[in-house]
Structures are given as structure tokens and as C-alpha cells.
Design a protein around this ligand. Structure first.
Ligand code: SAM
Length: 291
């Protein structure tokens, strides 16, 4: 199954709402890698190519990908009959102690699907399910099966990004979505990403720029523009997205507002080390060519 589908997860910093803007800039390729896969919204949203490598440093996330790829029916059986309630969320978060990888993936999947914005960092993992906007447990099996099909023959690893970038073959295309440079990413991810990591990432991409193609997304900051002043294209992009809130989180707001969600604007830059076919469009306010 190589067709576009949605990510199986909710994921902070996920690129679901920007997926069409990103895919327009992806060149033809037969080897695809994501060193910071998170919820993998771009891998799942695009056509699958011959060779694919998904990587993230988060061990529990990667374990869940492995179980979905290799043991989807066991995961479905484990979650069979599950209901999305605050009590079950509390149980999985505080009481349930997984005894093996299947149980760890079941716990992770349950909490991810029922927590606010899919935030899994224990200190910030709160109940955030809404009947009107969340995927209901009875639809989880379909989601798991179609994800498993797309993950067949995909290489999945739990490494630091450097190992991926330095070992992909020549000609590979990489979609690179690191934690933001300025935003407080410590709230979202289990592993923090330091300024030195950002500098290391830039240095490694610089060293490999002539043998791979990459598109990297970042928050719009002058430091990042400066760091990547050797890149070929930099596009400013904006898109709309909605975050739905639960009754608890909307304290004080009227209940009928609950399901409308709050509107936000995503603003990022896409940095490319190649000329993309995409010509500047209305969403691209600026195109800088450093030749
Ligand atoms: C912005 S998120 C990726 C979101 C993803 N593109 C999506 O659409 O869901 C960044 C990811 O980088 C991962 N990460 C943090 N430090 C890392 C490192 N040193 N090597 C690899 N992955 C890392 C985090 O665990 C997180 O999943």
C-alpha cells in the first residue's frame, strides 16, 4: 500500500497541515529518509518510493512503529474493547506497567490518541480526547492496519540524526524536521535538542550537500537564515491550523464553543539545497536564491 494516508499518531510539531505545501517542493527520488520522523505526516502523506528510512531518537515512539509494522493484529487485539475515558487515560498513564514491547506500544498508542495534541512527555501528557474531533477507538484497528501496510519494507531506527544523514546513499532525498530553534521544545519531546545540536545538524548537512537533496523546515528566525545562507532556496510559508480543546482546557468558555477549536497560523521557512520545480506562489512571500 503506497498511497497517501494520514499519520497514525497525533504529534506536537507535526506537519499535517503543511503537508501539501511541503510535498509540492519534493523532487523525484527513489530513496527517502526522515531523520526526525515524529508522527511522519510527510512520509504518510506522500506516495511511497522504493527505499524508505524512518528514524527518531524517541525509543517508545519507535517501538510503537515497530509493533504497528510487524504485529498489527496483536496490537489491535490488545486494544480491543478499549474506551476513551479520563479513567482509562489515568490508568495507562500512572498504573499500567508494560511487561513487553507489545504492551509498551499499546500504552503509547492509547495515550497518544487520547492526550492533548498527542504530547507524550510525561510531565505534559494530559487527557485531550473529544468525541467530535478525535479518532474513536472503534476506528483504531482500521488506522493500525493501513499504517502497517504502508510501513512494510520500511527501515525504522532509533538513532541520533547524524547517523542517518551520514549513511544515506548518494542521491537520497531527506525531509528534515528538527525541533524548533526558538520555541520551547522541552515541553513536547522526551529528548531535548540543544543549540549545539542545531549547529551540528547544519554542519553535517553542509558537508553532505553535494551528495544528497534535502528540504528542512524551521521556525522563521534570522539565526537560522544566517546559518543556512549557503542553501539554494529559502521559502517563507504560512498555513492555517486548528487545535481542539477539551472541556477541561477551555475553562470558563462556553460549551458550544468547545468543538470549534482555536485557529492558529503556522509560519515556517523551508530550506532546500536544490532548485525545486515549485515557482514562487502566493504563499511564498519571498524567494532567496544564493547562487
Ligand atoms: C518536529 S518533530 C517531527 C515531527 C514530524 N515531522 C511530524 O510530522 O510529525 C521533531 C522530532 O525530532 C526528534 N528528535 C529530537 N532529537 C533528536 C535527535 N538527536 N535525533 C533524532 N531525532 C530527534 C523528536 O523525538 C521529535 O519526534
Amino acid at each position: 500500500m503506497n498511497k497517501p494516508i494520514n499519520s497514525p499518531f497525533r504529534y506536537p510539531g507535526g506537519k499535517f497541515y503543511a503537508r501539501n505545501l511541503i510535498i509540492k517542493h519534493i523532487p523525484a527520488h527513489s530513496y527517502y529518509a526522515e531523520p526526525f520522523v515524529g508522527g511522519g505526516s510527510i512520509f504518510f502523506a506522500k506516495e511511497k518510493v522504493t527505499n524508505n528510512w524512518l528514524n527518531d531518537i524517541d525509543e517508545l515512539l519507535i517501538n510503537t512503529y515497530f509493533i504497528i509494522r510487524d504485529q498489527p493484529e496483536e496490537l489491535i487485539n490488545f486494544l480491543d474493547g478499549e474506551v476513551a475515558t479520563k479513567e482509562r487515560h489515568k490508568f495507562y498513564k500512572h498504573e499500567f506497567k508494560p511487561q513487553d514491547k507489545l504492551e509498551a506500544a499499546s500504552r503509547w498508542f492509547y495515550l497518544n490518541r487520547t492526550s492533548y495534541s498527542g504530547i507524550m512527555k510525561p510531565q505534559n501528557c494530559y487527557w485531550g480526547y473529544g468525541e467530535k474531533y478525535s479518532m474513536r477507538p472503534e476506528n483504531w484497528p482500521r488506522n493500525i492496519r493501513r499504517t502497517s501496510e504502508k510501513l512494510q519494507n520500511v527501515q525504522i531506527t532509533k538513532l541520533d540524526f547524524e547517523e542517518v544523514i551520514t549513511s544515506v546513499p548518494d542521491g537520497a532525498f531527506l525531509f528534515i524536521d528538527p525541533p524548533y530553534f526558538n520555541a520551547d521544545q522541552d515541553k513536547f519531546y522526551v529528548h531535548s535538542f540543544s543549540k549545539d545540536d542545531h549547529l551540528r545538524l547544519c554542519r553535517i548537512l553542509y558537508e553532505h550537500q553535494h551528495r544528497i537533496k534535502f528540504l528542512i523546515t524551521y521556525d522563521n528566525s534570522n539565526e537560522i537564515r544566517e546559518l543556512y545562507n549557503w542553501a539554494v532556496e529559502v521559502h517563507d510559508k504560512e498555513w492555517n491550523y486548528t487545535i481542539n480543546r477539551t472541556d477541561d482546557q477551555k475553562n470558563g468558555k462556553r460549551r458550544q464553543d468547545n468543538f470549534k477549536g482555536e485557529r492558529y497560523k503556522g509560519k515556517e521557512i523551508f530550506i532546500l539545497n536544490y532548485f525545486s520545480l515549485e515557482s514562487p506562489d502566493l504563499e511564498s512571500k519571498q524567494l532567496i536564491l544564493n547562487i
